[in-house]
Design a protein around this ligand. Structure first.
Ligand code: XIL
Length: 456
């Protein structure tokens, strides 16, 4: 799960370590003078993003503000299920790819929104249920996260799965009716497909401690206790004319569970309080060390899905509003994310090991399964032996009736009985002890598979 996460953490640590030079615990401190939202957030180890309607990237007023102010983007609609899998199994990533290219060319990170949601599903999925829908949804998660593998900072794996009101329970939907475990199945599939992306649960009306946010809190706590791969919680924060007094406390209680928190779709109704609320939300995020970034849901007021609410930071001509100034000041005044500089390894005091290192080469493989009635996703770890590998092959014998429907990060020969998975070009060469991961999805039961690994 963690190669790129570790790498990213190492890079953050190295940069902060250089800044901190000599302190044992570095904390980039208060006053700084960034002059754009992105630069000011970056000085504090965070991102500041905007939702982008990809067809507006040809509008120069729009892109001038976007490129100057923001260091993160999210597709307002273009990475949703209805947009990128319009027919079952037929994927169209052209608009999403355009946004990723724009981001890469301008040094911005990308949030992925959203792999699964009850809304904006393609018609074909809306009409599905049961194990057919469960298979289709896992396939969607797998294919989309694989397509963008390595390019997404954080994925909203599941959006808006909890009900409004006092129940604290799940929202009814076709996805929910496939079984209560659909959310964890989605997170496991996303983790297998893109182990480096942060995987978030995202929702609205969670802007304080209330029944809905507590329902989500309990789910996250349960996921963390059972090892379901969740890394972050997104708080959409589509706000009205006041802000819950426990907004920050709510972020903090999630952070205390061991997940990052992010403000993912911020916009605020216009009126006397708008600028204050924008400032207060930004301060709350800055005060929570695991609040890693803020995204506003559009660039200019006229780009907003909230019509006449004038809910954003720039007016329709691209001029900065009072809310902008409050946000920038809060970013500049806020504390940075605490980081620990690299420690120097003390010289070894133990005597040298007396057991000779093993001389065998080869490789080993282990499989972990995420199953549901009628299907499964298998995540396979290949570990190189002491000689390393130039390439590897893993054989798996599937139980009768099971078959492989798709594979990522390996090439499969055969689909039922004994199936052989060969490395792809980027993960065949492993040094001693190094691990490569691949995965496959199947129909039927995957129980009891024992992989065998051969190195070349
Ligand atoms: C909205 C878009 O802004 C609109 O263009 C679209 O018509 C509907 O969806 N919560 C979310 C976002 O997670 O995806 C929604 O975006 C706003 C509410």
């Amino acid at each position: 799960m963690n190669h790129r996460k570790v790498l990213r953490a190492a890079v953050t640590v190295a940069v902060a370590g250089a800044l901190a030079s000599g302190m044992t615990m570095a904390m980039t401190t208060g006053a700084s003078a960034g002059t754009t939202l992105g630069a000011s957030a970056a000085e504090k180890g965070r991102y500041f993003g905007a939702a982008v309607a990809v067809n507006k990237l040809s509008n120069s007023t729009y892109t001038t503000v976007l490129n100057r102010e923001f260091n993160s983007v999210v597709a307002e609609n273009e990475m949703k299920w209805a947009s990128n899998e319009p027919q079952q199994g037929v994927f169209n990533h052209s608009s999403g790819d355009r946004l990723v290219s724009h981001a890469q060319a301008n040094g911005m990170s990308v949030r992925g929104h959203t792999l699964l949601w009850h809304a904006q599903q393609p018609g074909w999925a809306q009409g599905m249920s049961g194990s057919a829908l469960r298979n289709a949804m896992i396939n969607h998660v797998t294919q989309v996260a694989t397509h963008y593998r390595g390019k997404i900072h954080s994925w909203d794996v599941v959006n808006e799965a909890f009900a409004d009101g006092g129940s604290g329970g799940r929202r009814d939907s076709n996805l929910q009716r496939t079984g209560n475990d659909w959310i964890e199945a989605a997170f496991r599939a996303a983790d297998a497909a893109d182990p480096g992306a942060k995987l978030c649960y995202n929702d609205y009306n969670t802007d304080g401690i209330n029944a809905k946010s507590t329902g989500i809190y309990n789910m996250v706590r349960d996921f963390k206790s059972r090892g379901v791969p969740i890394d972050c919680v997104g708080f959409q924060s589509h706000l009205g004319t006041s802000l819950a007094s426990d907004y920050q406390a709510n972020l903090q209680r999630f952070a205390d569970l061991g997940v990052d928190v992010q403000i993912t779709e911020l916009d605020v109704m216009t009126g006397g309080n708008q600028a204050n609320i924008f400032g207060a939300v930004t301060r709350a995020c800055m005060n929570v060390s695991r609040c890693t970034g803020i995204t506003v849901w559009g660039v200019r007021d006229c780009d907003s899905w909230r019509g006449s609410d004038n809910a954003l930071l720039f007016d329709c001509n691209g001029n900065k509003k009072a809310a902008y100034t409050n946000v920038l000041n809060a970013l500049n005044a806020g504390p940075g994310i605490p980081t620990t500089p690299p420690t120097t390894t003390p010289p070894p005091t133990d005597p040298p090991p007396t057991t000779p290192p093993p001389t065998t080469g080869g490789c080993s493989a282990s499989v972990s399964l995420n199953s549901w009635n009628g299907g499964f996703v298998a995540s396979v770890k290949v570990t190189a032996g002491s000689a390393g590998t130039n390439g590897w092959n893993v054989s798996v014998t599937l139980p009768g009736g099971a078959s492989v429907t798709n594979t990522w990060s390996a090439t499969a020969s055969g689909s039922s009985g004994t199936v052989r998975f060969a490395n792809v070009d980027y993960n065949g060469r492993l040094t001693a002890g190094q691990v490569a991961e691949f995965g496959f999805q199947g129909t039927g039961s995957g129980a009891g598979m024992t992989p065998t690994c051969t190195a070349s």
